[in-house]
Each structure stands twice: as structure tokens, then as C-alpha cells.
Design a protein around this ligand. Structure first.
Ligand code: SD4
Length: 304
């Protein structure tokens, strides 16, 4: 009797999984990216291909005017890109940071993963500038003074300057891939790298569990590896929405006013998201595509 019960439970669990996989989930209402990743899966391409195609769509279309080329300039006026991609089967990661004069950062990240033995490659480093761009217009000159950002006021990244696509794709065979692409924080010190290209911070994938991706104030969020934490919580059986929330709760303990959100999905095809409530940010939008949604579906979660 007991075995029959267990069999029935696992049968219904696997039926549920079949009904809800494959799955594409990504941050913000970046619908074309979701659709592109979904189409890649429909063409029989891998979950890595789907993540690359989805994020590359955002880079090309400058999703929200803020992913990819031309957005969120640093203090000298230059756009720099951060991106990563992770293979949840092999735990390989490729990432680029501070990338200049290249449009498709996610593809460079994938090339790092597949054609080098390294994980993270970065562009040329910059310098601080004077006069202070927070109070004066240019022209700017490199400055030797080291500026410290005000840790209490994370004004560089707020709800109006969100600019990261984070995506998790889970195949019918439960392979997981995750990726991110961003042009980072506006008016950053040249050389600043955010959370997006950092495995476990920007995103994380493990085909035995699921995947997660983060968006928000990377300077704070990367200190807590929220994507890694969310995956580890799902490994212990916590549902995706609660795992996302717990990962943000850890950050909130230290930085109650931080701006950020996380998306999570497990290999059963369950998914969820969470965001930290701050003035002007009470709801977070994300996209999902599964066989049940037919088309990319806009989902919203109330921040806590
Ligand atoms: C960063 N996390 O560079 C990125 C930016 C972002 O919503 O996601 N904004 O800090």
C-alpha cells in the first residue's frame, strides 16, 4: 500500500513535470527575449542556445533601452557590458565584465566558457575622474582620488535604472542553463563590475535542482550570492517562490533599502520570483513560457 502510494505520488509529480517543461523564465517584461528563447527550444536547440538567443535578443533590442550597447554610461560616458552563461549539466561558466565595443556580450561569455579554460574575462580597467560627475559636467580627466560610494544611499541603481536580463531555461530532459546580460549601473566608476557576470550572484544553474537569476543593485547583491542561495534552498525542497524570498531576506537583514529581485525555477517546472519592497518598487514583472502558457506570459509578484 505504502509503495503504491509513493508510486502514485511520483507518477503525478512526473506528469506535472512533463506538463510544465520545457520552461523559460526571465526578469522584467522582456517578452521578445522570452519568445526568442522559447523558439530556440521549439527548434530543438539546447537550453544553452536558448539562453544565449534570449539574452542576445535583449542586447540587440536594448531591452527597456537599457540592456546592451549604448545605455547606462559610466562616468566617462562609455557603456560597458557584463554577462555570464552557466551550463547546469557540467557546472561550466563563461563570463565577461567591463566589455567594451562589443554588442553581444552573452555570446562572448559563451565563447569564454566553450573556448577557454577560464571563467571570467574582463576588459580594460578605468580610473576615477574629476571633476566629480555627480556635481559637475565634463570634460573629465582621470583623477587619482579614490572615491567611495555612499553605502547608505544606493542612488546609482534604482527602479528607474533596471537593466539586466536574467534568464533560466529548463529543458524537457531537465537540463538547466542560466544567463545574464546587462550594461550595469549608470554613472559607475569606470571598471566597475556588477553582480551579473558573477556565478551564484547574477545567475546559477544546477541540473539536479534548477536555476535562479537576480536583478537589482549588484554592488550589494553580489555580497550574498542570492542565485546560489536560492538554488541551494530549492535543493532542500523549498519551493521556488519561497527560495527567492529567502535569498532576498538574507540581503534585507543588512541592507533593508536595497533594490533587487530574483527569479527561481526548479526541474519539476515550478517557478516563482520575489522582490524587495522599496519606495517606487512594489511589484516586479517577469516573463514565463511553458507548454501551459502557449505564449510568453507576463507575471507579476508583489514585493515583500
Ligand atoms: C548591476 N545587477 O550591474 C545589475 C544591474 C541591474 O536592475 O540588474 N539592474 O548591478
Amino acid at each position: 500500500m505504502h509503495y503504491l502510494h509513493v508510486f502514485a505520488l511520483s507518477l503525478s509529480a512526473s506528469l506535472f513535470a512533463e506538463a510544465s517543461l520545457p520552461l523559460v523564465i526571465n526578469t522584467w517584461p522582456f517578452q521578445d527575449a522570452t519568445a526568442a528563447a522559447w523558439s530556440a527550444l521549439q527548434r530543438g536547440e539546447s537550453v544553452l542556445d536558448a539562453v544565449e538567443t534570449g539574452c542576445a535578443t535583449c542586447e540587440r533590442e536594448q531591452c527597456d533601452g537599457s540592456v546592451g550597447y549604448g545605455g547606462s554610461p559610466d562616468e566617462t560616458g562609455e557603456t560597458t557590458l557584463d554577462a555570464m552563461i552557466m551550463n547546469g549539466d557540467s557546472m561550466e561558466v563563461g563570463a565577461v565584465a567591463d566589455l567594451r565595443r562589443v554588442k553581444n556580450a552573452i555570446s562572448v561569455a559563451r565563447a569564454v566558457m566553450e573556448h577557454t579554460t577560464h571563467t571570467l574575462l574582463v576588459g580594460e580597467m578605468g580610473k576615477n575622474v574629476s571633476p566629480d560627475p555627480r556635481t559637475s559636467c565634463g570634460p573629465y580627466k582621470p583623477s587619482v582620488e579614490v572615491k567611495r560610494m555612499d553605502e547608505q544611499n544606493h542612488t546609482r541603481l534604482d527602479v528607474h535604472s533596471h537593466d539586466t536580463i536574467g534568464m533560466v531555461v529548463i529543458g524537457r530532459n531537465r537540463s538547466v542553463a542560466a544567463g545574464t546580460s546587462t550594461n550595469g549601473a549608470r554613472h559607475k566608476v569606470p571598471g566597475r563590475v556588477g553582480d551579473s557576470p558573477i556565478a551564484g550572484a547574477g545567475s546559477y544553474a544546477d541540473s539536479t535542482v534548477g536555476g535562479a537569476a537576480a536583478t537589482g543593485d549588484g554592488d550589494v547583491m553580489m555580497r550574498f550570492l542570492p542565485s546560489f542561495l536560492a538554488v541551494e534552498l530549492m535543493r532542500r525542497g523549498i519551493d521556488p517562490a519561497s527560495a527567492c524570498k529567502a535569498a532576498l531576506t538574507r540581503i534585507k537583514t543588512y541592507y533593508p533599502g536595497f533594490f533587487g529581485a530574483v527569479i527561481c525555477a526548479n526541474i519539476q517546472g515550478e517557478y516563482g520570483a520575489a522582490c524587495n519592497r522599496v519606495p517606487g518598487f512594489s511589484q516586479f514583472s517577469y516573463m514565463v513560457s511553458t507548454p501551459l502558457t502557449n505564449n510568453p506570459l507576463l507575471k507579476k509578484v508583489d514585493c515583500f
